[in-house]
Write a protein that binds this ligand. Structure first.
Ligand code: PDD
Length: 285
């Protein structure tokens, strides 16, 4: 079965789906994106992802190319046409096509929109969660507005590749003060020896993950102790547990940081329980 993409109003086989070489996403990374988990063919937390999309677009002064209701139809249709059971739907909106010039294109230039979807390996993901993953640390070298979910991801790409080359799943960015901001494509969490769950406050310095928001709801509902503050790499090394969160990875236990075991070196109880219960707190549509 050939995969299908939605591109500017048309559903096309992936091989035929393309954008103009003067698309500003291609020329300048001038665009934003969202990734939603798909579970049993339904979208997880579509409402929150669409709210964040609106925020990213408005921060970059890119117009929303279609009504939220039409966009929702397109997202579900791309999932359906690709027969996604468990996987992701990817949405990208750029400032559109215009002769290359750094400044904004003429008023009225239509934003470009692309939607793709694909199945992921559920059994493989569950095995990975059962084993736990390794992370490495890398210096924070991104701009000051990473709360905008922009497609400009070069530092994230290089950090993820560094992780791969060291046999790790994720790279955690560490700022000049030795504090972890977040992962290259996930939010970072620890559980301290005295049982407090810690994740960085969501200011301009991290992406306010939708999975993060749902996990905060789950922690509150379960009466677990939470601290929204930056934690240092030293604290992470001394932690009882660590984990990462993102739409495609849900909650993934971290068992090694820079080659050193976290806690007893096995996935933590809190991380594993949060993963198990996550969809109880998420919305399906
Ligand atoms: N990444 N931080 C960064 C830098 C991210 O790229 C992501 C998501 C997150 C977690 O956000 P959420 O819980 O809303 O997925 C945090 C997506 C999945 C990606 O780039 O593929």
């Amino acid at each position: 079965m050939s995969r299908i993409a939605y591109v500017n109003g048309r559903y096309l086989p992936l091989a035929a789906a393309s954008v103009n070489v003067e698309d500003r996403g291609y020329q300048f990374s001038d665009g934003v994106y969202e990734v939603c988990e798909v579970r049993d063919g339904r979208l997880v937390d579509e409402r929150r992802h669409m709210a964040r999309l609106k925020f990213s677009l408005s921060e970059l002064r890119i117009a929303m190319p279609m009504s939220p209701a039409s966009l929702s139809v397109v997202l579900h249709e791309v999932v359906r046409r690709n027969r996604v059971r468990w996987g992701i739907v990817y949405l990208q909106i750029t400032r559109g096509v215009s002769r290359r010039d750094h400044a904004f294109p003429p008023a009225g230039t239509a934003p470009s929109i692309v939607v793709t979807a694909r199945n992921l390996d559920l059994a493989g993901a569950e095995k990975m969660a059962g084993d736990g993953v390794a992370v490495i640390s890398v210096p924070e070298n991104r701009w000051e507005r990473v709360d905008i979910k922009s497609v400009s991801l070069l530092p994230n790409v290089l950090a993820k590749q560094a992780a791969r080359e060291q046999g790790a799943r994720e790279a955690w960015f560490v700022d000049r003060d030795g504090r972890v901001t977040e992962g290259s494509s996930s939010n970072a969490w620890i559980v301290t020896r005295d049982g407090k769950v810690v994740t960085r406050q969501a200011d301009h310095g991290i992406l306010k993950g939708i999975t993060r928001t749902v996990v905060l709801d789950a922690l509150a509902a379960q009466g677990l102790k939470l601290e929204e503050r930056a934690f240092t790499l030293e604290e992470a090394h001394a932690a009882r547990e660590a984990f990462i969160t993102s739409a495609s990875q849900i909650v993934l236990p971290v068992v090694k940081i820079d080659g050193r075991p976290v806690g007893n070196g096995a996935p933590g109880l809190i991380a594993s329980a949060l993963r198990r219960d996550f969809h109880h707190y998420a919305e399906l549509s």
